[in-house]
Ligand binder design. Structure first.
Ligand code: SPV
Ligand code: MG
Length: 290
């Protein structure tokens, strides 16, 4: 249950990025018990920029594959909800229908810019964004987790703004707060945690401050850490290398030992289950000896 992982557990929990059914299956095999359907990673895998270029319906389609192939609780990066309260509640309802366990909505203005791109990060109006949260809460089932993501620190609006937004979003019914920071050290998120006093569980995304050991997050009583884009970035590095080598050498021979075998792929996606099902459900050929 995502609710247990994000909102209710006393233990620090982890969500691993997935951007398609394959990356979801790999994360599950590694041992992760919950996934983050990353907007950046999904956009990248579709060849879009993380700038509201993909549509909400494309997101919903990808999330369905992530859910199906992993059967894990999935928290979806819903950006700002793709519009106003009406678009946000429609998105949440569709994500719920496709099996997602929750959505994170961020208070950036539409069209969004990835938090690590540029310096121009206007925020949504606090009351208007709170209305989006309320609309989602009023629309989807009780067990669907709503995370309110605050971009005030990313946009340089300061800690007071971040705290006052967190308070408003808690009042609007959010189940947890995601506080995002682009600093290379974790000071900002720790300062937020001290000021916030755990009024709601707090989720973090240590993409830039990756050197901080997770023991520090446990001690500070964060609820959830999201590893937001690492499988996608790993695949970019691997695909670049493979494409470059095959192009240059006009042969895959030198990279063959370093890539997944076909048998690994078949095992990962459970081809044996299909073989068993075929034996059970397809008419079987007659034994020629009979
Ligand atoms: C994502 O994974 O799309 C996120 C996290 O929103 S970040 O890219 O760090 O903003
Ligand atoms: Mg995102």
């Amino acid at each position: 249950m995502l609710r247990a992982q994000v909102c209710c557990s006393r233990e620090l929990s982890f969500l691993m990025e997935a951007h398609d059914g394959l990356s979801a299956a790999i994360a599950k095999r590694a041992g992760f018990t919950g996934l983050w359907a990353s907007g950046l990673s999904i956009a990248s895998s579709l060849g879009y920029r993380d700038a509201s270029e993909g549509s909400w319906s494309q997101l919903v389609e990808v999330v369905e594959r992530i859910v199906d192939s992993s059967q894990l609780p999935v928290l979806v990066d819903g950006d700002g909800g793709f519009g106003n309260f009406n678009n946000a509640r429609l998105l949440a309802r569709k994500l719920h229908q496709r099996g997602a366990a929750g959505v994170a909505l961020e208070d950036s203005a539409f069209p969004k810019t990835n938090s690590f791109v540029g310096d121009r990060h206007p925020l949504a109006d606090i009351d208007e964004f709170s209305g989006r949260l309320r609309a989602v809460k009023d629309t989807v089932a009780e067990d669907f987790v709503l995370v309110a993501r605050i971009e005030a620190l990313i946009g340089g609006h300061g800690m007071d703004e971040a705290i006052s937004r967190a308070g408003a979003y808690a009042d609007a019914g959010a189940d947890a707060i995601l506080i995002h920071s682009r600093k290379s050290a974790a000071d900002e998120v720790f300062a937020f945690m001290r000021a916030w006093q755990n009024r709601l569980p707090v989720v973090i995304v240590p993409t830039k401050y990756y050197r901080t050991p997770v023991s520090a997050y446990r001690k500070a009583r964060f609820s959830t850490v999201i590893w937001a884009n690492h499988s996608m970035r790993a695949s970019v590095a691997a695909m670049r290398q493979v494409c470059g080598r095959i192009f240059a050498e006009e042969s895959p021979a030198s990279i063959e030992p370093n890539i997944a075998t076909l048998d690994e792929l078949f095992e990962l996606l459970e081809y044996n289950e299909l073989a068993h099902a075929e034996a059970r459900y397809l008419p079987q050929p007659l034994d020629p000896r009979q």
